[in-house]
Design a protein around this ligand. Structure first.
Ligand code: HEC
Ligand code: HEC
Ligand code: HEC
Ligand code: HEC
Ligand code: HEC
Ligand code: HEC
Ligand code: HEC
Length: 378
């Protein structure tokens, strides 16, 4: 079994970079807050602003300016997302923010067009998880963008570029604010801030490990005559039983996490939004694509190797061989233990009859009289 060296190296290098960046925090300058052109924060900056909804859920309505100004969305005006707010003071809000909207204030510098996440959305909506923002019934179980993404901080723990870098950019670009903005944008993406294997497993398990949710969908699929993958009911528990799952739980991050198999390594950041069931020929878990998927790490994998089940289970319907093998091993294991205990008992009884007494302190002794006249004391 081989894992390419490159993977390990990039991991180490990015860790060193991260460490250097963390050290550099000590020398940083504070970032100026974003501009609240629309005046939303006149009301929304007050901590504790919120209310308890009719269903008894506490909703927070405050946005802390010094925190928001360090998030990846800080240059997006509130109403580019909350576009349903048309006047101030505004009416009670009914709709939510959808992530396929066009920004009216932020342009994509590469294309010059209004920026939007629409092409991610288009891939996502075609995927097995695709759903509308306002979803009901079983569709509501599927993850929308904000189930997986909050509004992350640019480089957490760092409030701006290290001075020695910023100074160098400023010497040409003159405006420090420009430099800080671009530094934050690029440095976050260059660093390996993506989720760890453990985080990915936790994310997918919140739903795929939720028995009630899974059962709901099996029932619904049956009613609709729809097919679900044969591992759908047991995806998480069987992964955790697998070699990959165990190693990951032990903290070895280079084994396969859910997304290493269910998304493609090439174009990874788009591919994670295109998860499809294994019966779909476009899925990296489809039988025709499995070889390529496993070979990303197991360079010498062949057809026999990929026949090994990444979701191994000893369920009778799922794998008859494993089921009986486990049964037989269990019988053998139990018999061996019974025989061991039996032998010890026989031996003990035999010795007792030969005049060996039991004592807790000072060990056993030979000073007892044998009931069979085989007394060891002369
Ligand atoms: C005059 C004060 C004021 C201003 C200015 C204001 N809001 Fe509000 N906002 C409120 C109050 C009060 C609530 C709580 C309303 C409620 O509980 O029904 C609220 C609630 C909200 C909610 C949550 C509503 C819900 O039920 O989910 C959003 C989103 C929101 N505001 C966005 C904005 C945005 C974006 C702006 C700027 C364009 C803005 N607000 C400007 C007072 C204000
Ligand atoms: C990148 C898009 C984006 C930007 C920019 C943004 N928000 Fe939001 N905001 C959201 C999302 C998504 C939610 C979660 C509720 C939802 O899904 O509709 C939310 C929730 C809220 C809520 C709570 C509403 C609730 O239903 O619980 C308030 C209040 C709010 N935002 C105010 C603001 C203010 C004020 C600003 C500007 C400083 C702002 N938002 C900027 C996307 C955004
Ligand atoms: C099932 C969870 C899930 C859903 C749903 C999801 N994403 Fe993602 N997204 C991810 C993962 C995983 C990554 C890879 C980066 C990481 O590991 O954090 C990612 C990466 C991204 C990135 C790149 C971020 C960066 O800084 O490199 C963007 C942008 C993004 N997603 C937007 C969206 C949008 C828009 C939607 C809704 C249409 C969406 N995502 C739905 C899990 C999800
Ligand atoms: C020696 C001078 C010099 C230094 C140092 C320098 N830049 Fe530049 N930068 C330029 C010039 C000239 C351009 C425009 C020409 C081009 O696109 O190649 C530019 C373009 C850019 C652009 C593209 C702007 C746009 O809208 O197209 C960004 C972003 C940028 N620089 C960021 C930085 C950052 C961040 C640093 C520090 C790490 C930096 N630069 C250091 C000279 C410099
Ligand atoms: C918010 C809950 C949620 C999260 C998080 C989630 N899923 Fe799903 N997933 C679902 C639901 C619901 C279905 C659809 C079942 C159906 O079609 O009825 C599904 C379907 C699937 C399917 C196709 C099942 C089939 O047989 O058709 C795969 C594969 C899958 N998810 C993998 C993942 C992976 C990998 C992750 C982690 C990145 C993940 N899911 C995260 C809820 C979730
Ligand atoms: C080593 C690769 C690999 C890893 C890691 C992996 N899977 Fe799978 N997964 C597969 C393959 C291949 C199938 C198809 C199995 C079959 O039916 O033979 C599958 C099937 C599934 C299914 C059933 C639907 C379908 O597409 O057939 C779900 C749901 C699923 N996996 C979720 C997960 C989750 C959640 C994780 C992480 C906890 C995970 N997988 C980790 C390769 C993997
Ligand atoms: C992201 C990389 C990655 C992917 C993709 C991946 N594996 Fe693995 N796998 C590993 C690592 C790392 C180990 C354990 C390290 C070792 O054995 O030295 C491992 C171990 C295994 C083992 C345990 C026995 C052995 O050979 O060491 C099996 C079986 C296995 N993988 C099967 C698969 C199959 C089948 C696929 C494709 C469906 C797959 N793997 C995809 C990284 C991966």
């Amino acid at each position: 079994m081989l894992v390419t060296n490159r993977q390990f190296k990039t991991g180490v290098i990015s860790n060193i970079k991260l460490l250097m960046a963390l050290i550099a925090i000590l020398f940083t300058v504070p970032v100026s807050a974003f501009e609240d052109d629309e005046g939303c924060l006149i009301c929304h900056k007050y901590p504790m602003m919120g209310r308890v909804t009719d269903d008894g859920v506490l909703r927070s309505y405050y946005v802390l300016p010094h925190v928001f100004s360090r998030t990846v969305h800080r240059n997006v005006p509130c109403r580019d997302c909350h576009s349903y707010i048309k006047e101030i003071p505004h009416r009670p809000v009914k709709e939510g923010v959808t992530c396929n909207q066009e920004c009216h204030s932020v342009k994509n510098p590469a294309t010059g067009a209004n920026f939007s996440h629409k092409h991610i959305y288009d891939a996502y909506i075609e995927s097995t998880h695709g759903r509308k923002k306002q979803a009901s019934g079983n569709d509501a179980d599927k993850p929308y963008c904000i189930n997986c993404h909050t509004n992350p901080l640019y480089n957490p723990g760092e409030s701006g570029p290290p001075a020695h870098i910023a100074d160098r950019c400023v010497v040409c670009h003159e405006k420090r604010e420009f430099v800080e903005r671009w530094y934050n944008h690029t440095s976050r993406r260059i660093r390996d801030v993506r989720r760890s294997s453990q985080d990915i497993i936790e994310l997918c398990s919140t739903c795929h490990g939720d028995k009630e949710l899974v059962d709901r969908h099996i029932k619904q699929a049956e009613e609709e005559g729809r097919e679900l993958g044969r591992k759908f009911p047991i995806a998480v528990e069987t992964y955790k039983d697998s070699f990959h799952g165990k190693l990951t739980q032990l903290g070895f991050g280079k084994t396969a996490s859910c997304l290493d198999c269910h998304a493609r390594k090439k174009d990874y950041f788009k591919s994670v939004h295109e998860i499809r069931p294994s019966r779909d020929p476009a899925s990296p878990t489809h039988k025709d694509n499995k070889l390529e998927t496993c070979q990303q790490c197991h360079v010498y994998a062949d057809e026999n190797y990929i026949a090994l089940d990444p979701h191994p289970s000893s369920n009778k319907d799922d794998n008859v061989f494993r089921y009986y093998a486990e049964k037989i091993y269990n019988i053998i294991a139990v018999s061996v233990i019974i025989m061991l205990i039996g032998m010890s008992l026989l031996e003990t009884v035999g010795r007792r009859r030969d005049g060996v007494a039991w004592r807790l302190r000072q060990g056993s002794t030979w000073r007892r009289k044998s009931s069979r006249g085989r007394d060891r004391i002369n």
